[in-house]
Design a protein around this ligand. Structure first.
Ligand code: SF4
Ligand code: SF4
Length: 423
């Protein structure tokens, strides 16, 4: 007989009961569209979760795999007329699975070293960034890539996503406004992005300074906790949330600007994960960089300049379905450019990056990326703009593998170029 599951109180059964099984979410689900399998659909997964929590179905590897293949893209949530909070359900189910599953050694090592030992340690990420820069600059990268060693070590997919790492700079605590002062903002750096995406972070700081904002970079901030939360590691996510709340306390009620919508979506919902007034208030301060500029300062860019032909906007799921700001980036870029800015034909689909999904579910991830890269190729664009570093790295690797001459950048990079702010 199957063992009774523990910690089922982590699953919001009442929310699952809101599902009326209408199936309207099915055509919006990337994994259902690919497989046609009800178990790979939001409705099917909700039924599986509910049965698991009620001990009507045992927790088997097969059931787990249906949950694991969910991208947490939340397309279903945005499409659901009954407003079923699917993100909360799948996070809750994964927390139960994680507490009841006997983790393999491989999984434990990956979690202990790569996630806890690296993502939660900005100092180590900085050292790793410098090592990787040396690896790229010395020419070792092309030798290693050609040797087949990466494939043998199982690191080819993650290494293929490495961007060119510039000389790393330390962050100041405050970057003062360059114009007449309009206000102050706090900047969230993220874990991977603080090392691998420094050009975007510094471009955003220059733009905000130019607009009259002093930019505060709280030194004690850490990873947002999304990877932990979506993998069911609730204690790990809470530790990070508490640390970030403390780090941002000195910034009062300043807007918290994010440059990666995956992080922004998590920060926005801190109040759901740590039910305190402080966490809820913090979530209300969070804004995406492009949305913040479009909402408050778009007029400043009227007739600014042009960034030429062939720009297409990619909509990260976290920006579209959770931050609900995807259209604002497009509007902002249309305002700045005197040429047409496209939206990709499959803009409502997930590109398959989804946190560490590209590592844990490589086959499905690659299929979804292929669709987006095909849409990029069909659009004929030369530049793809996306507001999430995970999507950017994943798409850039797919573009490189097809030998396309297309650059993937954050909107801050494009705007920085238009304004010619880099000195
Ligand atoms: S999740 Fe929403 S859209 Fe999907 S089947 Fe349930 S009620 Fe219908
Ligand atoms: S979150 Fe995305 S992949 Fe998961 S069930 Fe919903 S639509 Fe499908």
């Amino acid at each position: 007989m199957a063992e009774t599951l523990t910690t089922t109180d982590r699953f919001p059964l009442k929310d699952a009961d809101m599902c009326v099984q209408c199936g309207l979410c099915l055509p919006h689900c990337p994994t259902y569209r690919k497989t046609g399998d009800e178990n790979e659909s939001p409705r099917g997964r909700i039924a599986l979760m509910r049965a698991m929590i009620r001990n009507e179905l045992p927790l088997t590897p097969r059931l787990e795999s249906h949950l694991d293949r969910c991208l947490t893209c939340r397309n279903c949530e945005a499409a659901c007329p009954a407003q079923v909070p699917y993100g909360r359900l799948v996070d809750g189910a994964r927390a139960v699975v994680s507490a009841n599953r006997h983790a393999t050694w491989g999984r434990r090592i990956l979690w202990r070293w790569a996630v806890d030992g690296l993502l939660m340690r900005p100092d180590r990420l900085g050292r790793l960034g410098r090592l990787l820069r040396g690896y790229q600059q010395s020419g070792l990268q092309s030798i290693v890539r050609g040797s087949g060693l990466l494939r043998w070590l199982g690191l080819a997919a993650v290494e293929a996503q490495l961007p060119v790492i510039p000389k790393l700079k330390h962050y100041a605590a405050v970057y003062p406004a360059k114009q007449e002062a309009r206000g102050e903002v706090a900047l969230f750096l993220g874990c991977i992005a603080r090392t691998l995406d420094q050009p975007t972070i510094h471009a955003a700081i220059r733009i905000l300074n130019k607009l009259g904002y002093s930019v505060h970079v709280p030194p004690g901030q850490n990873c947002c906790g999304a990877i932990h939360q979506h993998a069911g590691d609730v204690p790990g996510a809470r530790r990070l949330i508490v640390q970030n709340l403390q780090a941002f306390t000195p910034t009062g009620d300043m807007p918290v600007i994010t440059l990666a919508s995956g992080c922004g979506a998590m920060l926005l919902e801190y109040g759901q994960h740590v039910p305190t007034r402080e966490a809820t208030d913090f979530g209300l301060r969070v804004d995406d960089f492009g949305a913040f500029i479009e909402d408050h300062h778009a007029a400043l860019f009227e007739d600014s300049a042009t960034f030429g032909d062939g720009v297409a906007v990619h909509e990260p799921c976290s920006l579209r379905n959770v931050m609900r700001s995807a259209k604002k980036t497009h509007r902002l870029l249309c305002r700045i450019s005197d040429t047409k800015v496209d939206t990709l034909s499959n803009h409502a689909n997930c590109c398959g990056a989804a946190g560490i999904y590209f590592l844990t579910q490589p086959a499905m991830s690659e299929q979804l990326r292929d669709d987006t890269v095909q849409a990029i190729q069909d659009s004929g664009c030369r530049t793809v703009v996306t507001s999430n570093i995970g999507c950017a790295l994943h798409l850039a690797a797919g573009i490189t593998s097809r030998h396309l001459d297309v650059e993937v950048v954050h909107p801050a990079i494009l705007i920085d170029r238009v304004l010619r702010l880099e000195g």
